[in-house]
Design a protein around this ligand. Structure first.
Ligand SMILES: [Zn+2]
Length: 474
């Protein structure tokens, strides 16, 4: 492939020429500069439709820290099985529009964190909030992060470790975005879809209601959307892949990225030099199956990496071109009606989680602002003529991905949950009606007042249609 003259070298002789022969500041100088720039653009290989940059920053806790995801843990972490990462992919189109996707091996990023980082990114690099997507793998073997409602009432020393980790994380996310932007270079994008079959619907129906188990007949999505980013010379730079499944193979005290962590490691082994990034899709009601050993987490990771490799090495791929577009909007999701008495009663509940939730809710009543709604983030990012990534906040169940693909059949949709906020589970109308963990009692752990009102799915789809219209979706 032809080697381009460096950006510095090309305009410089032109400038000298302009000064020597035509005098400085003349119209000729400007025309020549313009000509040089145009020639440089024309000389660029046709393949480089975009520019892309990528980064990876280690976010493994440096000391023992309380771990997130399971309420029955009773002490901090004991060692590290795999490192945790914050990774970023920046993409720029020919008009100079940039989007940045940030992946994290964490249970979830709170709104407070994504607000802080996006405000700084806006100020520093002029990235609009809509053009910045934060996603978390929802690993259940990662650190506790500071949030309004703690799963544990930590001792001051342990809380200080969590606070310090959270402050550090904000800096690292900001640095990851900056590093990806500083790395921008001519790039091509390719889209394909693989398959991995280890996720299973976990909403098991029993005579006593829905439990967290295995429901082989329940809806699943075994698709593995893959975005390949290649440098101008054709070599692989970044592979971003998604899957709709909880990172809950493991429940122990070693820090790890669970199956998604192992999948990233495997993909990077298979394609040396690549930055592998994981995007969690609508896995709210999906679990890996079977579970509960390091060997199984590795096995699921290898299975996901094989799905990615089959897509990368296969022929059914689309080379992307065109514009990047993004839209983002918060919508208010209403909770079912509650009263002060509900939570006064709950202060005497047998479970300490309920007592804690009651305390948070009563504080809302006390200050005159009982929690009635949740500000919910809905985002859509169009990658040229390729996929549209719809990014929804919270633990979104699979029904949303299935319905969104039906509603927007003309688009290649990738529907991600666990994006931009981690406020609670997001049940569909069906799941809300059936009840169970995702519909109802998970709200206690998240410090939310109770189930959503029945129109939660309609409100989210109403907002999804609005953001999709703004990126020109049909
Ligand atoms: Zn979860």
């Amino acid at each position: 492939m032809m080697k381009l003259p460096s950006k510095d070298r090309l305009p410089r002789p032109t400038r000298r020429l302009a000064t020597d022969h035509f005098g400085s500041g003349t119209g000729y100088a400007r025309i020549l500069l313009l000509l040089a720039t145009t020639l440089a653009a024309a000389a660029a290989p046709k393949a480089a439709e975009f520019r892309a940059g990528t980064s990876a920053i280690k976010i493994t806790p440096s000391k023992p820290i309380w771990m997130s995801g399971y309420g029955d843990r009773n002490h901090p972490s004991e060692g590290v099985l795999t490192d945790l990462w914050a990774k970023a992919l920046a993409i720029e189109d020919k008009r100079g529009t940039r989007i940045v996707i940030v992946s994290t091996d964490l249970l979830g990023l709170t709104r407070s964190i994504t607000d802080q980082v996006s405000a700084r990114a806006q100020k520093q690099w002029n990235i609009d909030r809509a053009n910045l997507l934060f996603n978390s793998s929802h690993t259940h073997t990662g650190p506790v992060i500071k949030s309004k409602m703690a799963m544990f009432e930590l001792e001051p020393g342990d809380q200080a470790v969590v606070d310090e980790y959270t402050r550090d994380l904000v800096e690292k996310l900001y640095t990851a975005i900056g590093s990806a932007m500083a790395d921008l270079e001519p790039a091509t994008l390719r889209y394909s879809i693989g398959t991995a079959k280890f996720s299973v619907n976990r909403r098991q129906f029993t005579p006593n209601g829905v439990i967290l188990g295995v429901q082989p007949d329940g809806p699943v999505d075994h698709g593995v959307p893959v975005l390949e980013v290649r440098k101008a010379d054709g070599s692989l730079k970044t592979i971003l892949f998604g899957y709709a499944c909880h990172n809950t193979t493991l429940n122990h005290y070693k820090i790890s990225g669970d199956y998604a962590g192992f999948a990233q490691i495997e993909v990077q082994k298979k394609y040396p030099g690549v930055n592998a990034m994981f995007l969690l899709l609508c896995g709210g009601d999906q679990n890996p199956n079977p579970r509960r050993s390091d060997a199984l987490a590795m096995q699921h990771g290898a299975s996901l990496a094989s799905g990615v490799a089959a897509a990368v090495d296969g022929n059914a791929k689309q080379d992307l071109k065109g514009r990047l577009r993004a839209a983002f909007q918060f919508t208010d999701l209403a909770f079912r009606v509650h009263t002060r008495e509900d939570f006064e009663k709950e202060t005497k509940h047998a479970s300490h989680f309920n007592r804690l939730r009651a305390k948070v809710m009563l504080a809302g009543y006390d200050n005159g602002h009982p929690v009635r709604t949740l500000a919910y983030p809905v985002q859509a990012i169009r990658l040229g003529d390729g996929p549209v990534v719809v990014a929804l906040g919270g633990e979104v169940v699979i029904d949303y991905a299935i319905r969104a693909r039906k509603e927007f059949q003309k688009e290649k949709l990738v529907v991600a949950g666990y994006s931009n906020d981690a406020a609670c589970y997001i049940p569909s109308k069906r799941v809300l009606g059936e009840g169970g963990y995702e519909a109802d009692f998970s709200m206690v752990y998240y410090g939310q007042p109770g189930p959503f009102a029945d129109d939660v799915e309609e409100r989210i789809f109403g907002t999804m249609r609005r953001v999709m219209r703004r990126i020109g979706a049909k």
